[in-house]
Ligand binder design. Structure first.
Ligand code: SF4
Ligand SMILES: [Zn+2]
Length: 371
C-alpha cells in the first residue's frame, strides 16, 4: 500500500474524533493539528523520478489518500479539484478515501464524476449507531463505484445489516481504539457485525483490538504492538467464498481447506479416537454413530442459545464428542469462528446436516486410519 497525504490537519466532527491520532501525534511534537495546510507530497501521484517514471506505481498497491486529514474537509475546498485531476490522470492506480464527511460528497466531486470512477473506493466511517444511521443512507444514495464501511474506533454496538443487504458494500472493517485514553471495545460488537456480514455475504475485516478490549466480560489492556496481531489471531475476519463460507454447496475444495486449517491448529489436531472409541464404532456400526451425531447436534447445538454453550461437549466418552472438538463443532462460538455459522439463531436443517457431515468425515478418516 501507498499513502498520499496532500494536506495535513483536520477538525474534529464526531465522537470518533475524540482521540484522533493526527491530533495525538501532532501534540507530541508541539504542533497544532487544527491548522490545515498543503504538504510537500501534494502532487505525489504526478511526481516522477530521474528516469521520468512515476514514483507511485501500481506495484505500490492501493493509494490511501488523505490519511492525516479528511478529504472532504471544507477547509480543503480550494485544493481538492486539483487532486481529482491527479486521480483522473492516474487510472493505473487505485485510490482509497476514508471519510467522516460523506454528507459533503456531492459538493466536492468533479464535474465529470458521472456515476463514479472505477479507480476510487470511498470508505465511510461510522463509529456508533447514530453515525451509521445518519451517514450510511447518504452513502448508499451517492454515485460511487466502490463502497466500504469502517467501524473504527468502534464505540458501541452497531447494526448495519439493512445497509449491507443492498449489496452495495464491498467490505466492512471493525476495530477498537488505540492510545492512552482509548475507549473500550467489546468483542460482542465485533462478532455481531461479523454475523451481519456473513448473512449478507460481505467480506469482514477485524483489524485491531484497540487498547482496551473486552472479551467475555473481562477487560484486557493490549499493547499497541499486539493490537493487530491479536485481532488476526482471533480468526474473526471473513472472506465469502473461502473456507467453509460456501459450505452449503458441499464442495470438496472448501471442505479440504477446512480440514487443512484444523490440522494446523495445535489444539484441534491434538484430538484423536482412542482404542475404546474405535471398538465402540466397530460394535455399533457407522450408521448408528451418524445417528448419534445427528442427535448431539440437534440437542446440544441447535437452539438459539444452547444451554451451557462453550461447555456442552465433553472431552471424552463418545467418538462424536472427540470429533466435535477436532473439527471445531463443539459449541456455537466455534461453529461461528471456524464454519461461519452465525451464533444466536436456531440452526437450519442444512446447517445441521453440514455439521453432521463434517463430524462423520473426520470420524471415518480416523476409523480407517486406526482400524
Ligand atoms: S475526521 Fe479523522 S482526521 Fe479529522 S479529526 Fe476526525 S478522526 Fe481526525
Ligand atoms: Zn467450542
Amino acid at each position: 500500500m501507498a499513502i498520499w497525504n496532500p494536506w495535513h490537519g483536520c477538525r474534529k466532527i464526531s465522537p470518533g474524533c475524540a482521540n484522533c491520532y493526527v491530533y495525538r501525534r501532532d501534540e507530541s511534537i508541539g504542533k497544532d493539528a487544527s491548522v490545515v495546510s498543503k504538504t510537500g507530497d501534494y502532487a505525489l501521484p504526478l511526481k516522477k523520478n530521474r528516469q521520468g517514471e512515476y514514483k507511485l506505481t501500481a506495484d505500490d498497491g492501493v493509494v490511501f489518500t488523505c490519511m492525516t486529514s479528511d478529504f472532504f474537509l471544507d477547509l480543503a475546498d480550494d485544493w481538492r479539484q486539483e487532486c481529482w485531476d491527479m486521480i483522473r490522470q492516474r487510472q493505473d492506480l487505485h485510490f482509497c478515501i476514508i471519510t467522516k464527511r460523506i454528507d459533503r460528497f456531492r459538493l466536492c466531486i468533479p464535474p465529470d464524476w458521472g456515476d463514479g470512477w472505477d479507480n476510487v473506493t470511498i470508505c465511510n466511517t461510522c463509529e456508533d449507531q447514530e453515525r451509521a444511521d445518519y451517514r450510511l443512507p447518504v452513502f448508499l444514495e451517492l454515485p460511487i463505484k466502490h463502497r466500504e464501511i469502517i467501524c473504527e474506533p468502534m464505540l458501541g454496538e452497531i447494526k448495519i445489516e439493512k445497509y449491507l443487504a443492498t449489496g452495495l458494500i464491498e467490505n466492512v472493517t471493525c476495530g477498537g481504539e488505540s492510545g492512552d485514553n482509548a475507549r473500550s471495545c467489546d468483542m460482542r460488537w465485533i462478532q455481531e457485525v461479523r454475523r451481519e456480514c456473513v448473512r449478507c455475504g460481505v467480506p469482514f475485516y477485524f483489524k485491531q483490538t484497540g487498547t482496551v478490549f473486552v472479551r467475555d466480560g473481562k477487560t484486557y489492556h493490549i499493547e499497541r504492538k499486539y493490537q493487530m496481531s491479536q485481532a488476526k489471531r482471533s480468526g474473526y475476519s471473513y472472506i465469502p467464498g473461502t473456507a467453509s463460507a460456501n459450505w452449503i454447496r458441499y464442495e470438496l475444495p472448501e471442505r479440504e481447506e477446512l480440514f487443512n486449517r484444523l490440522r494446523k491448529s495445535d489444539f484441534r489436531s491434538r484430538f484423536h479416537l482412542n482404542d475404546n472409541d474405535i471398538a465402540y464404532i466397530s460394535e455399533k456400526g457407522i450408521e448408528v454413530i451418524r445417528s448419534h451425531a445427528q442427535d448431539f447436534v440437534e440437542k446440544r447445538l441447535s437452539a438459539e442459545n444452547p444451554e451451557n454453550d462453550g461447555k456442552q461437549t465433553p472431552m471424552k466418552g463418545h467418538p462424536v464428542f472427540i470429533a466435535q472438538h477436532a473439527t471445531a463443532c463443539c459449541c456455537r462460538g466455534c461453529l461461528e469462528k471456524w464454519h461461519n455459522i452465525p451464533a444466536g439463531k436456531v440452526l437450519t436443517k442444512d446447517e445441521r446436516a453440514y455439521i453432521t457431515d463434517v463430524l462423520m468425515q473426520w470420524i471415518e478418516a480416523e476409523y480407517k486410519h486406526k482400524h
